[in-house]
Ligand binder design. Structure first.
Ligand code: DX5
Ligand code: ZN
Length: 217
């Protein structure tokens, strides 16, 4: 699939969500951060707003669910039109069952790991996933500093995926910018979330293209 850029709309103008997404047509995906005020200390949007955005853009949406009990709530995002649904390993009670359910509903199944969550315990279930997200900040807020301490885990995840001969995409989220994207790409990531870097740029779509070039370099 090659390098893909997926801007996060968390730091966009949330009252004009569809207009904000229309400003980034070069994006491969749009990353929608769903927070419940429990799994993370912040609250954003839920299924109704997500579903409205699906109807108002042609870009595929990935729902990044930073919520408790994704086993219960994640399938609703697939039903609402998410092309990809990302749940957190730390919150899922039955991650394999959940991944299978998401795929059965026609969405790509993706699992996220917070910075302190190890990868080894999930090595045997990578084949159940279409994408693995390695968080490079503590989830909850945009605009935080990239955590270099997560780079070895990106490298290890790429090793495990390659050794198993899988096609799992490897995504990074948190503090990704022109300053940090090359490090992530070099470690083996191929899908890049960028929130503040894109939406604080004078020309967000040019930033999407610049990030892609930097990751491909
Ligand atoms: C953080 C979210 C990220 C965030 C990224 O909890 O999951 O998607 O919006 O924002 P930046 O790119 O500004 O770190
Ligand atoms: Zn996110």
């Amino acid at each position: 699939m090659g390098i893909q850029i997926t801007p996060s709309v968390l730091n966009a103008d949330l009252s004009r969500l569809a207009d904000e997404v229309a400003r980034i047509p070069s994006s491969d995906w749009v990353h929608v951060d769903v927070m419940d005020g429990h799994f993370v200390p912040n609250l954003t949007i839920g299924v109704p707003v997500f579903e409205s955005l699906v109807k108002n853009t042609d870009l595929p949406l990935d729902a990044h669910l930073m919520i408790e009990d994704p086993d219960r709530w994640a399938p609703a995002y697939a039903e609402a039109g998410a092309k990809s649904v990302t749940f957190h390993a730390e919150a899922a009670k039955a991650p394999v069952r959940l991944a299978r359910e998401l795929r059965a509903k026609g969405a790509r199944a993706s699992m996220a790991l917070k910075p302190a969550t190890g990868i080894e315990q999930y090595a045997d279930m990578l084949g159940e996933l279409d994408m693995l997200l390695i968080m490079t900040v503590e989830p909850g807020f945009g605009g935080q500093k990239f955590l270099d301490v997560c780079l070895p885990k990106i490298r290890r995840a790429r090793e495990l995926i390659s050794a198993a001969g899988l096609e799992v995409w490897l995504q990074v989220d948190g503090g990704v910018s022109l300053d940090t994207i090359e490090r992530c790409a070099e470690a083996g990531a191929d899908v890049f979330v960028a929130g503040s870097a894109v939406f604080s740029a004078a020309d967000p779509d040019a930033m999407v293209r610049d990030l892609k070039k930097a990751a491909e370099a």
